[in-house]
Write a new protein. Sequence first.
Length: 365
Amino acid sequence: MQNKTAISLFCGAGGMDVGFKKAGFEVLWANDFDSDACATYRENLGSHVVCGDINGLISDLDDFQGVDCVFGGPPCQGFSVAGRMDPADERSKLVMSFMEVVEKVQPSSFVMENVKSLGVLDKFKLVRESIFKQAKSLGYHVELLILNSKDFGVPQSRERMFIVGFKSKKYVGSLSDFLGGFYRKSPVVRDVIARLGPAGSENNPKTVKARISLAKNPVLRKSPYAGMLFNGQGRPVDPDCYSSTLHASMGGNRTPIIDEKQLYEGAEGWVIKYHQHLMEGGAPFEKDEAPNFLRRMTVDEAHLLQTFPENFHFAGKQSSVFRQIGNAVPCNLAQSVAEMVMDALNGNLRLNLNRDEVQTLPLAI
């Protein structure tokens, strides 16, 4: 089957692009404002990336009218619970820049990704309504999905919103009815990063220097891996579960914490024992009593947990690489969404409305 064509907005390092490419889309043009991210994209995915402000480039997109898909994730800082949550933030207005490109290019479909809060909070209701109103005025059937990466082959619990639009709806029912056909079993953290070896070793050389210290007044939760046992916002990682969301602010004391004895030797987690001590009424340890086998997640581990290909190379300093990884859409999640869009464009999504016989025909990649 011939590849479908696409253009990529706010592409960053190219997490969505990797997924869409695997699903059979040919990305003809891509754009981002971050020069390091563009350098990363160019090295791994091609020279079709243009670095600059999208608002100054929309008028140049005449050659791409009628592509099969426009996809991308406008900056989320204005909508994120980890950010300002300010609809008036200049970056928040870029969702409408995305829609301006849709209006200019008139693709057969579009996929806009962002943080879950944009899709569910009343605070952003007017923003959502503006996106839907604009899309419908352009003739698109639009649906909003909230997806968790851990359901799509990503070893990370990371909820995201996707607004998906089609010029011509070639399937019956809602996209949410078909998601089961695109789920992928996800590995746990241990399965993905243990083979790299300890931080500082040959296959895992890029260590994070931010020290680890224990909180004087720890905040306890039922799980040892929740709450706040350490100073800073970097929480410990359970190697036998999924990672929590990887943030763009990693690289300092917001970087997740790994227990090397637990990860490599199968020992009981130090955090589990310390949490139990506190839950039983024990006094918090002094801040400098964190053992030296606790350390920060490395950039190479974050790279794999975001499901970038192993041979994917990032440009820029370590802080920039962490930012590129944290800002990216996990590649495997993007691939599942792209496969569903591909099937819808090809008319391969089928659902009996009576639910007597439900048939999904996901594209085999």
